[in-house]
Write a protein that binds this ligand. Structure first.
Ligand SMILES: [Zn+2]
Length: 407
């Protein structure tokens, strides 16, 4: 496997940890990140040469052995903008190298509009020209619910946005004059988790999302696995039921055609559990209630959990992850999914091997945007994103985005 992405993530993991916890010795970094001392020495040597970290005139507190010199982050080393694009809204964060979010904005968005990309440009522009003293802007990371050819070129195919071969990366780069990296949103989430979340001490884990769709990021050996054409991790479209319901991808019986929000609503509606115009939040209300309908609704989610659990058993057999991190809007009802998931994993998972831990991360829109920003911070440190240069300016950029600050 190509070593670039893994090394990027390793560098940024070191920076993120130093940013969160303050100065540390090399030995402590190795311990906290589950890396070998040799790897940490190699990575910190590079970061020292790049001027992003510095050796402090201080030794670590005594632990009985030789005391190592502390390494610290050089202040103002850089920041990145991260954007999550959904069909009806975009979320943007301004994030420092240590993972600290200094600003977050959500704006309504119409992915099908002719001026969709210019609207993203207008949302981002004020953040590219900030007033006052802020660290240099290293670039922009964008997560989209679809397939991206390569993060650097950023050509997007996304049924959910009704986009075909949209050159999002080059359009944003040309309009804003900054390096831009575009990636599948769940893969971006995987990068973010590896650097700043549950995965920061794990090299092999899965991020699974449930809700509007079903997604997957495979982190293997510290790398987010993209496949030959950037299409890896399309978990929602693995075939489950030969003659099942029609999926948005055109096939029948895909995983997400059975267990995404819309599919669960359809099942609940036809069982008479919810009203014709009910939303996913209504289903969550019913399921947490105390009447007869609640029992039926729980049965629907239990079955969804079993379907998901069988697929996770397959993934576990194939990939042997240390942990499976479940995220997404659908986790608000996880308590009712979980028994089905665990039962299916028990029944169909690998017999003798270690079972992966399943953890649930609370759902927030900004986590997705943070993952997108992490793409830039990771790549920048290896010089990757520096090779992406805006070379022309798009004239007549219009559109408008009415920004709403997030708390
Ligand atoms: Zn499908």
């Amino acid at each position: 496997m190509n070593g670039l992405v893994g090394e990027d993530l390793t560098s940024t993991a070191v920076l993120a940890l130093l940013g969160r916890t303050g100065p540390m010795s090399r030995a402590a970094l190795a311990r906290e990140l589950g890396m070998s001392p040799a790897t940490v020495t190699q990575v910190t040597r590079r970061l020292l040469a790049q001027g992003v970290i510095e050796e402090l005139d201080k030794l670590e507190p005594s632990r009985g052995g030789r005391r190592g010199r502390l390494l610290g982050l050089v202040g103002n080393a850089g920041r990145a903008l991260g954007v999550k694009v959904a069909a009806d809204h975009v979320v943007m964060v301004d994030m420092r190298l240590d993972g600290r979010v200094t600003d977050a904005v959500s704006a309504p968005f119409d992915a099908t509009a002719l001026e969709a990309v210019p609207a993203i440009v207008e949302l981002l522009r004020p953040f590219t020209q900030p007033a006052g003293e802020v660290p240099p802007l290293l670039g922009i990371g964008v997560g989209v619910p679809g397939t991206v050819d390569r993060p650097g070129s950023g050509i997007v195919d996304a049924a959910m946005l009704n986009w075909q071969k949209v050159p999002l990366g080059s359009m944003l780069g040309a309009a804003l004059g900054l390096p831009v990296l575009v990636e599948n949103d769940v893969n971006a989430l995987g990068s973010g988790e590896r650097l700043y979340g549950r995965g920061r001490s794990l090299n092999d884990f899965l991020v699974v999302t449930i809700g509007r769709g079903v997604g997957l990021a495979v982190v293997a050996g510290g790398h987010v696995y993209r496949g030959a054409h950037g299409g890896a991790g399309e978990f929602g479209h693995v075939p489950v039921m030969p003659d099942g319901p029609l999926c948005t991808c055109g096939n029948r019986g895909c995983l997400e055609a059975l267990i995404k929000d819309d599919a669960l609503l359809r099942t609940a509606r036809s069982a008479g559990v919810i009203a014709e115009n009910a939303t996913p939040a209504d289903l969550a209300d019913v399921v947490n209630g105390a009447d007869d309908r609640a029992e039926q609704a729980r049965g629907i989610l239990h079955e969804a959990g079993e379907i998901l659990g069988r697929q996770l058993a397959g993934l576990t057999t194939l990939l042997d992850p240390e942990e499976i991190v479940v995220m997404g809007e659908g986790t608000r009802s996880w308590a009712w999914w979980e028994p089905g998931v665990q039962a299916a994993l028990e029944r169909h998972g690998p017999r003798r091997a270690r079972k992966p831990a399943i953890t649930v991360e609370p759902y927030t829109d900004t986590i997705w945007a943070q993952g997108a920003a992490a793409l830039v911070l990771a790549a920048r440190l290896d010089g990757g994103v520096g090779g992406v240069r805006a070379h022309r300016t798009v004239q007549g950029v219009g559109g408008e985005a009415t920004g709403r600050r997030l708390p």
